[in-house]
Unconditional design. Structure first.
Length: 134
C-alpha cells in the first residue's frame, strides 16, 4: 500500500486476475487452528486436479482400446476370404473338327465290312457243319 492507503495498480490487477481464475473455490488457510484441517482443505482443493487426471487416464485408455480395435478390424478385413470364390473357371464347348464326317464314314465302312465278312464266314461255317451232320 502506498501513503494514501490505496493498493498499487499492479496489485489490484493481480487480485482481479486471481479472482477470475479461482472461480467458485476459495481456500482460506491464514490462521488455521488445527493442522489436520489445513491438510484436509488442501486435499479438497487438489481434488479437481486428481479428477481431471483420472478422466484423462480413462480417456487415454478408451482411445488406445479404440485404436487397437480399429487395427484388428482393418487386419481382419484385409485377410478375410470373400464370401464366394471361383473354384473352376468355365470351359467353352469344344469346336467340331473339319475331318469328323470323313472319319465317321471311314470307320462305318470298316465296321460294316468286318461285320459283312464275319457274317459270310459264320454262315459258311454253319452250313458246312450242318452238311457233315447229315
Amino acid at each position: 500500500m502506498n501513503e494514501n492507503g490505496e493498493a498499487p495498480r499492479r496489485l489490484r490487477r493481480a487480485e482481479a486476475v486471481l479472482a477470475r481464475r479461482t472461480g467458485r473455490l476459495m481456500v482460506v488457510l491464514e490462521r488455521c487452528a488445527d493442522e489436520h484441517n489445513r491438510h484436509a482443505v488442501l486435499r479438497t482443493a487438489e481434488a479437481p486436479k486428481y479428477q481431471l487426471q483420472r478422466d484423462l487416464s480413462v480417456y487415454a485408455t478408451a482411445y488406445a482400446e479404440a485404436m487397437k480395435n480399429l487395427e484388428i478390424a482393418e487386419f481382419s478385413f484385409k485377410t478375410a476370404t470373400p464370401f464366394w470364390q471361383t473354384i473352376d473357371l468355365p470351359i467353352p464347348p469344344l469346336k467340331p473338327k473339319g475331318a469328323s464326317k470323313k472319319r465317321a464314314l471311314l470307320m462305318g465302312g470298316l465296321l460294316g465290312g468286318l461285320l459283312g465278312v464275319g457274317f459270310v464266314v459264320g454262315r459258311k461255317v454253319i452250313r458246312t457243319a450242318m452238311k457233315n451232320e447229315r
